[in-house]
Ligand binder design. Structure first.
Ligand SMILES: NC(=O)c1ccc[n+]([C@@H]2O[C@H](COP(=O)([O-])OP(=O)(O)OC[C@H]3O[C@@H](n4cnc5c(N)ncnc54)[C@H](OP(=O)(O)O)[C@@H]3O)[C@@H](O)[C@H]2O)c1
Length: 251
């Protein structure tokens, strides 16, 4: 369904027996959002508020995915859930407004994540695999650091912990894989593990200007989710390897 179409959403909830909603729908074109503010707001904020309202009315548990881009990236230690938010882009601002709409309703669990990839859809890993095979050299930004997240790992912790997710008040959690790297390190690891001989040159952010500003540091502290859900989180390179195997890039 189109989450921004109130009638469609209402109809969907009326005809289905739903116990949980995991909202992964979002306007994710970070650069395009700078010139499509209304559309980004509709999907990342107003639609989330609408889903939250319906879920609260019907006592349905809502798990909503949010982003590290709600921070400004000036921290020097991994961001905790309660740290000051200060988005630097329209995308980040609309995602934060979506989180706040759920907080106002006091319903739903927000999971902020970062640098998501998988074998499906479009993402950094798949772009690197394609470009790395086509070109001899690529320039990749080294002065933005964070942690990649394999979507499968995040999906697993959500599905495994549906029963422990409470909705009495809005809780925020941080989740990414373990460890830290720059986009440059991420690209190097992809090529190394997949035996792709493409040279990676480190670029500064200022050498690759984009319409939307991105946080230069977006590490997430995951202590809360690890404690509340009693989980261990895989190291980012191990998960990357697993995804490359699934993609058939390595054995
Ligand atoms: N990718 C990252 O690095 C990253 C980092 C942090 C957080 N996140 C968050 O993770 C979640 C999933 O993002 P993703 O990376 O998987 O991005 P994605 O591939 O762009 O997925 C977003 C999905 O939302 C759907 N969608 C967009 N507008 C919709 C609407 N009006 N109604 C219903 N569905 C709609 C899209 O469908 P179509 O394909 O049909 O348009 C797409 O399947 C989002 O909440 C995003 O903010 C992502």
């Amino acid at each position: 369904m189109d989450v921004s179409n109130e009638n469609q959403v209402k109809h969907f909830f009326e005809k289905s027996q739903i116990t949980h909603v995991i909202n992964c729908a979002a306007y994710t074109a970070v650069d395009r959002a700078e010139s499509e503010k209304e559309k980004a707001d509709l999907i990342n904020h107003l639609s989330v508020r609408n889903l939250g309202k319906i879920c609260k009315e019907k006592n349905i548990k809502l798990i909503h995915i949010s982003t590290d881009y709600i921070f400004d990236g000036t921290n020097y230690e991994p961001y905790r859930e309660e740290n000051l938010t200060k988005p630097q882009s329209v995308y980040g601002k609309t995602k934060l407004d979506g989180e706040n709409a759920l907080k106002d309703l006091n319903h739903g669990t927000v999971i902020r994540t970062s640098w998501v990839y998988s074998e499906f859809g479009k993402n950094f890993l798949k772009t690197m695999l394609k470009l790395g095979k086509e070109r001899d050299e690529l320039g990749i930004i080294f002065d933005q650091v964070g942690t990649p997240t394999y979507a499968k790992d995040l999906a697993k912790i959500i599905l495994d912990n549906l029963d422990s997710i409470r909705n009495e008040k809005t809780e925020v959690y941080h989740y990414s894989n373990e460890g830290v790297c720059s986009w440059y390190d991420f690209a190097k690891a992809i090529f190394e593990l997949s035996n792709i001989s493409c040279n990676v040159k480190p670029l500064e952010t200022k050498e690759y200007p984009t319409p939307a500003k991105r946080p230069s540091y977006s590490l997430l502290n995951k202590s809360k989710i690890k404690k509340d859900f009693n989980i261990e989180i895989p190291y980012w390179r191990d998960s990357l390897k697993e995804c490359l195997i699934k993609l058939g890039e390595i054995k």
